[in-house]
Design a protein around this ligand. Structure first.
Ligand code: SF4
Length: 419
């Protein structure tokens, strides 16, 4: 099979370790010993080798090393992972290879080793330029440490840097957010992701701000539940000491400022929460939103391959105990496989594609499913266009500004299967 005939594949590599858990985080990540880092990477490399052997009909077009915090690992371990990927897979010469880093863990020599290992994009998790807000989030770094990391990344030769920001966080105001945007855009990163904080169940923030708590009762449609009372929580804070979340009106102002401010600074919004200078949209994420197949490697990593979704083992001990030389390694690694129905794939096509500002193409829909878009979604589209939530231009269907403001509602209209 020639390279021209190979199918594109994205790789996601999960490093589940962090220096400390942030207060809002529900990702699969934890703190552990350096000895475990080594054992994990050795096992990850075994997985990479086993998977590579069964993916010969693919060419890898993007690699994303995420977490967790990949930069807590010794940089030589990251280099070993990159070498293993290149040995096991056919990696395109111009592949986009990203690593997520946390300013509190970053040292200049790590960045040089990443560059030498072929990594060409760095994604730095900043969240806010306000040190008090960073503290409120439980982040391990200051804005000054971020600045140092950013400069080190430039000095190491990275010409493609993303900065992650977060809105709607405790203590944030329109002015502090404006200040964050100003300070970050002055550095001219190629890409900015600006997501809103989501209060996830099971996190310390859920105890403080989750559904039912007084402070979020106005923002939440949930029924009142139990709240921590006046007793100090596990961080020694009483409820009255918790910094306030911005209210709904302030959050709306923050959301609209993001769009206008970043546009003025030359950033094109190409997805609901992602902005880039021309030519720097994240290829890995665009692939995900446009249904390029992807393979997740490492603890708890999820994949979309051959029309199926599956997720790797999430228990570290069990993952480390897997035998990748055994015949049944794949079944043991991911016991649950979901073959998506045609309807479920259509829904995903719409949900993911409409997150992109350009929207979805009717031609792509026909090419993927063999039927016209209107034969499946005609009445829904007509109604949403009439209500000013969707726009139809030629073969493209996209969200209007208002549609983006209420995207959860609009995307929900494309459900075909009962949730
Ligand atoms: S650094 Fe990222 S993955 Fe780690 S705890 Fe914080 S938010 Fe979670």
């Amino acid at each position: 099979m020639t390279k021209k005939q190979k199918k594109p594949l994205e790789l996601y590599i999960h490093i589940p370790f962090c220096a400390r858990k942030c207060l809002y985080c529900d990702f699969l990540s934890f703190r552990t010993l350096a000895a475990v880092h080594e054992a994990y990477v050795e096992q990850l490399i075994r997985e990479i080798e086993a998977e590579g052997a069964s993916c010969q009909e693919y060419q890898v077009v993007t690699v994303f090393i995420g977490g967790g915090t990949p930069s807590v690992l010794e940089p030589e371990l990251i280099r070993d992972v990159c070498l293993a990927v290149r040995r096991a897979f056919d990696v395109a010469q111009d592949a986009e290879i990203t690593i997520e880093v946390n300013p509190g863990t970053l040292l200049q020599n790590k960045l040089h080793i990443y560059r030498a290992a072929g990594i060409n994009r760095v994604s730095i998790g900043l969240q806010s330029a306000d040190n008090r807000e960073l503290e409120n989030l439980g982040r391990i770094h200051s804005f000054e440490e971020f600045l140092k990391s950013f400069q080190c990344a430039r000095m190491a030769g990275f010409a493609n840097i993303n900065v992650d920001l977060m809105s709607g966080i405790p203590g944030q105001t329109l002015e502090s957010w404006r200040n964050t945007l100003k300070k970050v855009t002055m550095l001219k990163p190629e890409h900015i992701s600006a997501y809103s904080l989501i209060i996830e169940e099971g996190t310390p923030f859920w105890d403080r701000y989750g559904a039912g708590c007084e402070k979020t009762a106005a923002k939440s449609a949930h029924q009142p539940g139990t709240c921590p009372g006046e007793a100090p929580d596990r961080f020694g804070l009483r409820r009255r000491d918790y910094p306030e979340l911005p209210d709904e009106e302030e959050e709306n102002r923050i959301y609209h400022l993001t769009r206008t401010f970043l546009a003025e600074q030359g950033y094109e919004r190409y997805e609901i929460s992602n902005y880039a200078r021309p030519g720097f949209a994240c290829r890995h994420n665009v692939g995900y939103w446009t249904e390029v197949e992807y393979l997740g490697l490492g603890l708890g990593a999820s994949s979309f391959l051959g029309g199926c979704r599956f997720c790797n083992e999430r228990d570290l001990e069990r993952y480390l105990g897997l035998d990748f030389a055994a015949e049944d390694w794949a079944e043991r690694l991911r016991p649950q496989f979901t073959r998506l129905s045609r309807e479920a794939r259509m829904e995903e096509f719409m949900f993911l594609g409409l997150r992109m500002i350009r929207g979805i193409s009717e031609i792509d829909f026909v090419a993927t499913f063999g039927v016209k878009l209107d034969s499946v979604y005609g009445p829904v589209i007509e109604r949403l266009v009439k209500n000013g939530l969707l726009r139809r231009e030629g073969v493209w269907l996209s969200l209007t500004e208002w549609g983006m403001d209420v995207s959860n509602f609009v995307l929900g209209e494309f459900l075909l299967t009962s949730a």
